[in-house]
Structures are given as C-alpha cells and as structure tokens.
Design a protein around this ligand. Structure first.
Ligand code: MN
Length: 129
C-alpha cells in the first residue's frame, strides 16, 4: 500500500483530505505542523507528500526546501495544497521544489488524479521509476 504524508494545520481540511486518501486506498500519516512531518519523512518509507503551504511556524515552502535538501527526501514527490490564488504563487511553489499544486477548496477528483499521477510517474525529470 502506498504511504502518503499529509501536512495540514486545519483540522477539518486535514480530516477531509485524510479520509479521501484513505478511501482511495492509501495509507496516510497526517500531521498539523511541518516540523513533525519533516521528522517523519526523513525517517523514510514514504511515497508522496501532500503539503499545505500556509502553516504556522515552518510554512509549506520552507518545509519543501528542507525536504529537497535532505538526501532521504530529495526525490520524494510533493503535491502542494494552497489557498493562495495570487499571480506568482505557482512559480514560488514550484521554485521551492513542489512537483505541482492544487487549490483550495480541493476538487477531490482532480486531487486524487494528481496524487496517482505523481505516484506512478514520480517527480517530473526524475530518473526514479
Ligand atoms: Mn494551512
């Protein structure tokens, strides 16, 4: 079973995303903050990260840069979830090292398609199967 790390500080959104992923057949480790999530990711065994961008403390962009900088997680696919819809945010999100993003409110059919796509194909440009 594919294992997904979910980072989302909003409890209602976290439960909703968690439940959708579980129903789609994924194992989910959910955290409300980036620090604990990074520690979990570095410990290994994950296939994908779903990363909220707006988080208290370390935000999703900073967390993504940390994961990219760590050898254990540098190739881990990261799908961002963001309430930002402002011009320039897509660039900032991709520049930080995310492989794509979906906007809130999350459209779950598209969201699960993107998850499946990243799990199947891996990171764009990655040599990982
Ligand atoms: Mn948030």
């Amino acid at each position: 079973m594919k294992k997904i790390l979910l980072v989302e500080d909003n409890a209602a959104n976290r439960k909703l995303i968690h439940d959708h992923l579980r129903r789609a057949g994924y194992e989910v480790n959910a955290f409300d903050n980036a620090e604990d999530a990074i520690a979990c990711a570095v410990a290994g065994g994950l296939d994908l990260v779903v990363m909220d961008i707006q988080l208290p403390g370390t935000d999703g962009l900073a967390a993504t840069r940390k994961l990219r900088a760590h050898p254990q997680t540098s190739e881990l696919p990261i799908l961002a979830v963001t309430a930002h819809a402002m011009r320039g945010d897509e660039r900032r999100i991709l520049d930080a090292g995310c492989d794509g993003y979906v906007s809130k409110p999350v459209a779950y059919k598209e969201f699960l398609f993107r998850v499946e796509q990243l799990l199947t194909a891996g990171r764009p440009g990655s040599t990982r199967a």
